[in-house]
Design a protein around this ligand. Sequence first.
Ligand SMILES: Nc1ncnc2c1ncn2[C@@H]1O[C@H](COP(=O)(O)OP(=O)(O)OP(=O)(O)O)[C@@H](O)[C@H]1O
Length: 578
Amino acid sequence: MTRPAAPEDPLLAQAGDWSATIGAAQDELIRTAPECVLVIQGGPGTGKTDTALRRVAWLISEPDLALSASGVLVVGPSHAFARRTRARLDGWGHEGVAHSSIDGLLPKAVTGRPEAPHVIRLKGEARMAGLLQRAIEKHRARERAIPPVLMIRGRVVQLDPATIERVITTAKASEAPAGDRRRLLRAALVAGTQDPRLILEAADMLADRLWPEFEATTFLSELFGSRLRLTAAAEGEFTDREIDALFRMTGEEPPFSEADLPLLDEAEHVSGVEPQTYAHVVVDEAQDLSPMQLRAISRRSANGSLTVIGDMAQSTGPWARDDWHDVLAHLPSEMPHVHRELHFGYRIPRQIFDLAAELLPTAAPTVQPPTTVREGPADPVIAPVEPAGRAAVVVTAAADHAADGRSVAVICPARCRDEIEAALRAEELSWGTAPGDERGPAITLLSPHEAKGLEFDAAIVVEPGFIVDDDPRGHRLLYTALTRATGHLHLVGAPEDLPADFGTQPDAEPEAEPAPVSAPPAPPVVPEALPMPDDPVLRERIDMVAHNMAETLLANLTPELWPVALDRLIELISPDPE
Ligand SMILES: Nc1ncnc2c1ncn2[C@@H]1O[C@H](COP(=O)(O)OP(=O)(O)OP(=O)(O)O)[C@@H](O)[C@H]1O
């Protein structure tokens, strides 16, 4: 499924610094042929996003794949994330790929309506698709009923049902477009009438009812505004409490929440409006997406060729998950699934990751932490403060890093947001709420959720205790927040919520660089080993195989079992003595 890299590979040459460190495991994923669903799991900063973007670069550069940039869509969690992926691919000279946040992909509507977490969860469930399907069918059946009379400007207009039925049958058989159907109806009804003006008006009114323009926002508002319609469409699959949760008074402002957007998309799909499709779709931070969001993404894939990226240890929000199967169930594809894990953490320096990793036993006990491959410039700064002094400490740290030319994230729970904003304004610092390019402000103020997938030179995490307490998956959210910095991390907050002994402990031994395969002793059954061949293509292939085996061993077994596994491997591939 993977195509070997040529030794003089232009992709690697393009990659600049990357080419020195690019992992064989990443390289294998980059060159995975498009006819599959490639699932990339890995800890924060293991290069999942970069690998997926390199895969896109490879897919659209391979002449025999005949995939154009405009045939690829990259979906991420936020606009800031989409800007980051666009900047990266454009920077490599691959313009024209579509980059979007998940919300940006969906129908436009006025959002901002606050929604309780259990309602967000309910609206994300796959059974909402069935509810919408049934509601639209009922809506259409109602519209299609032919009224015996119409009221036009206070006058009762009698219509001939036989003529109307004839027009409907003709229009259906000829698949005539809406305009032609309307003209047909007008002509048929007006023939031989005394008052053509009245009849023409009646014909137009009837055409609107028979073949209405479907407006998803109007449809959804009407559905959610009627307990009767909701109950009819639920057909027993939703409890009364769930119907109550979906119901709202019509006319409430703002009319929609973000959780309604995938429902609008589904409604458009059921009504026959199909979105633009792509030959390959990349879905990043997929671990957080609801079934309804995943269905909307799946609809944009022309043939099921996907790259799906995520990290279960960072899965948070109403749709936090522990298992990839729950995600993939809603991204159906005829193509085979290929699951791979990346293990080497490139973003986060050892000092910072050691701190973040303390959360893993609580946040995601089954997830294996990545192996960090570099040392950072400084230990994390732990700043215990009382609430009154908090904002000043945060703003001073942010200002110092910005003055040194670093990009800075201030990652702040909702409870402290106003206070931090006020302090940033009072100091007249230049700051924003979405990471900018080099010309934008160096300081970005983000919620822990908004920080997902982003990276900065320095991160200042405010009140880690609040981040943990305010979310059902608070430990994961804090883990995500702590793993955004490539260099400097500050923890500012209540003394009892900070790791008290950090910085006083001796540095842990740095993890060995990835070369585990050479560590176990050679199994005795191996025939005499040949020296490493001179042929560079063969050397590279051997290296790739060794790295793949190293990744598999690391992911699945503790070191003392590696020799056993290697013995078994040799046994399996040894020619049968018969
Ligand atoms: N082989 C590599 N050599 C050097 N740097 C790398 C390599 N792979 C990735 N990186 C760098 O590591 C950083 C993190 O990569 P990336 O954002 O793709 O990680 P991620 O796994 O998607 O992280 P997250 O889960 O936090 O979103 C980036 O700055 C990227 O350029």
